[in-house]
Design a binder for this molecule. Structure first.
Ligand code: BGC
Length: 266
């Protein structure tokens, strides 16, 4: 793999499993030092950091609930203490608490909005402040890069997941508004909208043949995504190869957002 992020420092939130872990691995493979944030599961985050380090990279695990501003501050403090600053911030932490609308509790509405949307707000805000504090670095044309992990559900409505879809719809406008505000500072903000990626969050959708067959009717490209698909997109968005890309959502979804139901209908 091309080491397009050599000398850069990255922070990935929610990186103890799933897409976050895959993104952390890909950024490390591209030469970045990586801070691996986790909320409740230290062990897999520590293990990933140890693996990256054993393979000649540099990584460490850092705890924080990104919906809490003090913990988010402490996370950035830990990264700055360890690596001096940060160049690439991937606001990835996210969860699902699915329920039919009439059964959706206020607690589960709030938990999902707090982590998925407010968490990205706090993470991005601290990132902008840190980029401004330390000023330009020779490692990149941009002052800093922020990547918001969205979802195809920033576009596709999702019955039974109103809290989740609302959080991702919110991320879309947060990302674009922020991108517009900080582009003059040479900070690039973009999103990735993953489709169905093989991770624990959607295991029920792919772990039996029947579920997989049903899922693949929604994916024109005919396969489930892998975390490396998202990792490679994150490396590109974080590197100077995408230096003129600002405020864009990159769908990495095998065509899920192309309304495959219309292929021979409508
Ligand atoms: C969700 C997954 C789902 C995928 C496609 C993602 O944002 O987290 O559970 O499989 O969107 O629907």
């Amino acid at each position: 793999m091309q080491r397009s992020l050599e000398g850069q420092i990255a922070l990935v939130t929610g990186a103890s499993s799933g897409i976050g872990a895959g993104v952390a691995q890909s950024l490390a493979d591209a030469g970045a030092k990586v801070a691996i944030n986790y909320h409740s599961h230290a062990e897999p985050a520590e293990k990933l950091a140890a693996e990256i380090t054993a393979n000649g990279g540099d990584a460490f695990a850092v705890a924080a609930d990104v919906s809490d501003e003090h913990e988010t501050d402490a996370m950035f403090d830990a990264v700055v203490k360890r690596y001096g600053t940060v160049d690439i911030v991937v606001a990835n932490s996210g969860l699902q608490k699915d329920a039919r609308f009439t059964e959706l509790t206020l607690d589960d509405w709030r938990r999902v909005i707090d982590t998925n949307l407010t968490g990205q707000f706090l993470t991005a805000q601290r990132a902008v402040r840190e980029f401004q504090r330390r000023g330009p670095r020779p490692v990149s044309k941009a002052l800093g890069k922020i990547i918001c992990m969205s979802s195809v559900h920033e576009i596709i409505p999702w019955a039974g997941h109103v809290n989740y879809a609302s959080s991702k719809g919110g991320i879309q406008m947060m990302m674009k508004s922020l991108a517009q505000e900080v582009a003059p500072l040479r900070i690039r903000v973009n999103s990735i909208a993953p489709g169905a990626i093989r991770t624990p969050i959607n295991k029920d959708a792919w772990d039996t043949q029947e579920a997989l067959d049903r899922l693949l009717t929604l994916v024109p490209y005919g396969r489930v995504g892998e975390v490396e698909d998202i990792g490679r997109a994150a490396v590109w968005l974080a590197s100077d190869d995408s230096d003129y890309v600002i405020g864009t959502t990159l769908c990495v979804d095998g065509g899920m957002t192309l309304y495959p139901g219309f292929a021979d209908n409508g």
